[in-house]
Design a protein around this ligand. Structure first.
Ligand SMILES: *Cc1c(COP(=O)(O)O)cnc(C)c1O
Length: 339
């Protein structure tokens, strides 16, 4: 039994999902003739109360397309120093859109409306880059699956309105936040201009992300996706996995969250662990004591067929997911308790 807790992206399609994929009606999606992709896009657009949605192969491409749609070269995006769009998309913001990122020193990947205000360059001061977009991430990845306070997200909307800034949500794990906080997609659709969501993380699809947004801004999205090389053909087979996941894999995220809590409780009791960061969803970030070799710790688990990941700076990460079974959970807890 191999227990892979490096990420929630390691899941493989279940039998039911594969069946849904096999039975999909497909067409050429570059001509917008794939009925299953169209159905997925309509369904997600409706969930968020947005007029338009577009299927993307990856979350990075969906985020990068959003940045491109919101900005012109030379401009600046405000995001947290932990942001995925800044840290883990290969420098795409500068490569694809010619923009820089103004990093906020936030708390576990989250920041306040006041910090946004402080980060906006005065638009008439032509020496500094023109601020054009605020990007928020919920849940935060590097921040350990933390969920934003919805009131702060609302306040930032007002700031964006006052300063004529675009407002993008990287919602790769928004499903986890919705389940953990009892929020709805429509609440988020109400506030953001664009939102990207991943189907290939907690929802267990092999691939797929969707960008939703307002009519005006999404008008250019299909062209940008084409330019980025993301126009796909009979991709309904993959959209079918997404539709299946929306039916079967959203509410169950609560199971991943409670398992994460249980792992965190065991870790907190181990003398070799210095600190376990607050656990709100399915990500557990923790640090070993200074006298414990973190590589050796990871290797000791790997020798027991348990795989976790180092995040640098002495931090380690465990992520629970759909393919992490009760039996695996019992085994992991037992091994940790014996360490
Ligand atoms: C995983 C992730 C993405 C997208 O990643 P892809 O691997 O490109 O699908 C975007 N944002 C966050 C916060 C993520 O965790």
């Amino acid at each position: 039994m191999i227990i892979d807790l490096r990420s929630d992206t390691v899941t493989k399609p279940s039998k039911g999902m594969l069946e849904a994929m096999l039975n999909a009606q497909v067409g050429d999606d570059v001509y917008k003739e794939d009925p299953t992709v169209n159905a997925l896009e309509e369904r997600i657009a409706k969930m968020f109360g947005k007029p338009k949605a577009l299927f993307f192969p990856t979350g990075s491409m969906a985020n990068q397309a959003a940045i491109k749609l919101h900005t012109n070269p030379g401009e600046q995006v405000i995001c947290d120093k932990y942001a995925h769009v800044y840290n883990y998309e290969g420098g795409g913001a500068s490569f694809n859109s010619g923009v820089s990122c103004r990093l906020i020193d936030g708390d576990r990947g989250m920041f306040t409306a006041n910090q946004v205000v402080e980060s906006i360059n005065p638009p008439d001061f032509y020496h500094s880059p023109l601020t054009s977009l605020v990007a928020v991430e919920n849940t935060t990845n590097k921040g350990g699956g933390a969920c934003w306070d919805f009131e702060e997200i609302k306040k930032i909307r007002t700031i964006c309105d006052d300063h004529d800034l675009g407002y993008h949500l990287d919602g790769a794990r928004l499903w986890n936040a919705l389940v953990a906080k009892g929020e709805t997609a429509a609440q988020y659709g109400d506030l953001f201009d664009t939102i990207s969501v991943c189907l290939s993380k907690g929802l267990g699809c092999p691939i797929g992300s969707v960008l939703v947004g307002n009519e005006d801004i999404m008008q250019g999205a299909i062209r940008i996706r084409k330019i980025f090389g993301g126009g796909m053909r009979q991709v309904g087979y993959l959209a079918a996995a997404g539709l299946y996941a929306l039916d079967h894999h959203v509410e169950r995220l609560a199971i991943d969250h409670s398992k994460a809590q249980e792992i965190g409780a065991v870790l907190s009791n181990l003398s070799m662990i210095k600190v376990v960061e607050p656990i709100e969803t399915n990500i557990i970030i923790f640090e070993v004591q200074p006298d414990v070799n973190e590589t050796a710790f990871v290797q000791q688990l790997a020798d027991a067929n348990i795989h976790i990941i180092g995040m640098g700076g002495g931090k380690l990460r465990i992520v629970t997911h759909l393919d992490y079974t009760d039996a695996m959970h019992d085994k992991l807890l037992g091994i940790l308790q014996s360490m």
